[in-house]
Write a protein that binds this ligand. Structure first.
Ligand SMILES: NC(=O)C1=CN([C@@H]2O[C@H](COP(=O)(O)OP(=O)(O)OC[C@H]3O[C@@H](n4cnc5c(N)ncnc54)[C@H](O)[C@@H]3O)[C@@H](O)[C@H]2O)C=CC1
Ligand SMILES: O=C(CO)COP(=O)(O)O
Length: 316
């Protein structure tokens, strides 16, 4: 929608023929976005070759853990000069790779042809054309500027950044912190708790980023603090909502059963922790989320343990 509103011709690839058909005939996706009419410049197909044909930008937004498998199928039909754009906020399980790394590897694309769009961009608010800012990151600033122009609309204001690592980490880790804040909300805890989790969550994200060569300033920008605020404040966030259900006492299986859309942090909390261990970085909040979500630790026990960690200086 944003790309079409900015004047691009857009072809969506859809898995199900009925979804492509609905988009082409009624300009709606009744399953995922009922009530929203897509702009004229958007059409859909189930044929990846047709979707990719002549594409200046190829925007990838499948659930992170399915990217490798999907992209392996699409890679042969991608134009050799297309810029591959990730909007995914996850880290691959098993390899602990960022999505841009998976893209580079599977599509054999150099870093100059891989970009990221991230920031406080809750889907429903974007579909409502409510004003939002975002970050368009690419190692090659000229490519970031081209993508910035391609997605700049009166309601969507993208800023460029060359710190791809920091932008991706900001997006992936905020989902984990969003789960933590949701759990706290579900437990009936207050705004002090929420603010403390968000701030210390950003501190551990920055710590990880620094160890991976990211620019620390990225984390106080839209890809870091901005996205963290949106996810941790909004009932529209799937990660936040997932956490709230857990905090209210639902089991993991019950929570999964009532969650239809992708909550990336549920899987990525494990790969973020894996990444942290590979870099020798302590991430106590991420570890706590993994314990609650995957190791069955009761939230109240996890909270007590978190609060009784040894006292530290704030910078550590
Ligand atoms: N929804 C949001 O507000 C935002 C989401 N993102 C990121 O976008 C990425 C995708 O999430 P959403 O589109 O929001 O999730 P979603 O759950 O709304 O949609 C996922 C789409 O992927 C399809 N899908 C599921 N499994 C698949 C598979 N194995 N192969 C191919 N397609 C598959 C689904 O049919 C659906 O169309 C995530 O990494 C998320 O973090 C980023 C910014 C905002
Ligand atoms: O990333 C998002 C907003 O920028 C959306 O967050 P959720 O995936 O938790 O809904």
């Amino acid at each position: 929608m944003i790309l079409a509103d900015a004047g691009c011709e857009v072809t969506l690839w859809a898995r199900r023929p009925e979804v492509a058909e609905a988009i082409n005939t009624t300009r709606t996706n009744p399953d995922y976005l009922p009530g929203f009419v897509l702009p004229e410049g958007v059409r859909a197909t189930t044929d990846p070759a047709e979707a990719a044909d002549g594409a200046e930008f190829t925007v990838l937004t499948v659930p992170s853990q399915t990217l490798r498998e999907n992209l392996a199928r699409w890679a042969p039909v991608l134009p050799s000069d297309t810029v591959l754009v990730s909007m995914m906020k996850g880290i691959e399980l098993g390899t602990a790779k960022r999505m841009s790394e998976v893209i580079g590897e599977v599509a054999k694309a150099p870093a100059e042809r891989v970009a990221v769009i991230t920031g406080p961009n809750l889907a429903k608010e974007i579909a409502d054309r409510m004003p939002a800012a975002a970050v368009v990151a690419c190692r090659d600033e000229a490519v970031a500027r081209r993508l910035q122009t391609a997605c700049h609309t009166p309601y969507f204001r993208p800023y460029t950044n060359t710190d791809v690592v920091g932008c991706e980490l900001g997006g992936a880790v905020k989902n984990v912190i969003g789960l933590a804040v949701g759990i706290a909300d579900g437990m009936g805890l207050g705004d002090n708790t929420k603010a403390s989790l968000m701030t210390r969550g950003l501190a551990e994200t920055t710590r990880l980023g620094l160890s991976m060569g990211a620019d620390p300033q990225t984390f106080s920008g839209l890809a870091g603090m901005g996205d963290l605020i949106a996810t941790c404040s909004s009932p529209l966030s799937r990660n936040h909502t997932f956490g709230t259900n857990l905090g209210r006492g639902m089991t993991l299986q019950e929570t999964i059963a009532v969650t239809r859309q992708t909550a990336e942090g549920v899987k990525s909390c494990e790969s973020v922790l894996d990444l942290a261990r590979r870099h020798g970085v302590e991430m106590p909040l991420t570890e706590t989320v993994v314990d609650i979500v995957h190791n069955g630790k009761p939230p109240l026990v996890a909270l007590k343990e978190l609060m009784s960690r040894s006292a530290k200086a704030e910078r550590h």
